[in-house]
Design a protein around this ligand. Sequence first.
Ligand code: 5GP
Ligand code: MN
Length: 318
Amino acid sequence: MYNAQEVAAAGECLRTARKVSIVSHQRPDGDAVGSALGLALALKAAGKQVVVALADGVPTTFRHLAGADEVVSQGDPSADCRVFVDCGDVGRGGSAWQADWPVDVNIDHHKTNTRFAAVNIVAPHAVATAAMLAELLPAWGFPLPVEAASALLTGILTDTIGFRTSNVTADALRLAADLVDRGAPLSELYFKALVERSFEALRYWGQGLSRIQREGGLVWTSLTLEDRRISGYHSNDDADLVGYLVSVRDAAIGVIFVEQPDGTVKVSWRARSGWDVSDLAVRFGGGGHVPAAGATVPGSLDDVQRKVLAATRALLNA
Ligand code: 5GP
Ligand code: MN
C-alpha cells in the first residue's frame, strides 16, 4: 500500500523538525483545508512550531475548524520540514510557495501527482489526503487530538461527498469511524461541510442552472462574472454546482465553466463510474482524479467551452 521507506523518511522529517511549513492548494477544498489543519494540529500538540499556508485563505465553509484563523498566505521555505498536502504538483500551491523552493514531503492522493518533493507519499487509492493522514499520523507516533480528528474527517467527508463516491471502501469507513471515536462530531461536521450554504450561493446556482444543457451523456453549464455580480456571490468558484450536473439521470460526464477575472476559465469535470476525466484535465493543463478533475484554461468563456466540450465529446464517443 504505502512505500515503507518513504513513510519512514517522512516521519523522520516531521519528528526531528522544530518548525514545519505546510502548504496546500489554491482555491482550497475541504480536503486541502482539512488535511493541512489536521496535520498542523497534530504536530502542534506534539510541541512543534507550525505554519499553514493557503494562497487563497480558508473558505467560510471551513472556518469553524480549529486553526483556521492562523492560516497565512505564504509558506516558510526556511522551515526544517516543508510539507505539501493534497497537491498534484508544486504549482498547485499558487502564490503560497515559489515553484523553485524545495519541498521535503509530498502527501497526496491525486493520480496525476508529479512527485515533486524529496519524499513522495502518493496513494491514488486513498479517498482523501486526510484519510492518508488519519492513518499515517498515529503510525508516526503523533496522537490525534479531537480538533485534528475533526479537520481530517472534514477532508474525508468533502472528497467522498459524504461517503458517496465509488472509491469508498470499508477501510475508508473504518478510518472515518476511528476519527469519530476520537471525538470528531460527524453530523455537525457533515452539515457544515456539505449541506449549509449561503443564500448568495443558491442564487448563483440559479444562474448556472437556468442555462444547463445536455447532449447525450454530456451535461454542462457556465457561471460568469455577471452571474456573481447578480447573485452577490463573491468567490471565483462554482459553489459545488458541478456535482449536481452529473446527478442528471443518464448523465455520464458533467462539466462546468467558471469565468475568471484574469481572462481564464476554470473548468471542472465530474464523471460517473466507467469514465475517466483525469487525462482530459491534464491535456488542458490541469489534473485530478478519475471521477473528478479540473483545469484553468486561458481564453474567453466561449472559446474554452467550445474546445473543452469538443474534447469531452470525443472521450464520450471513443
Ligand atoms: P475541482 O474541479 O473541483 O476544482 O477539482 C477536482 C479535482 O481536480 C480536485 O482533486 C483538484 O485538486 C483537481 N484539480 C482541479 N484543478 C486542477 C488543476 O488546475 N491542476 C491540477 N493538478 N489539479 C486540479
Ligand atoms: Mn483531495
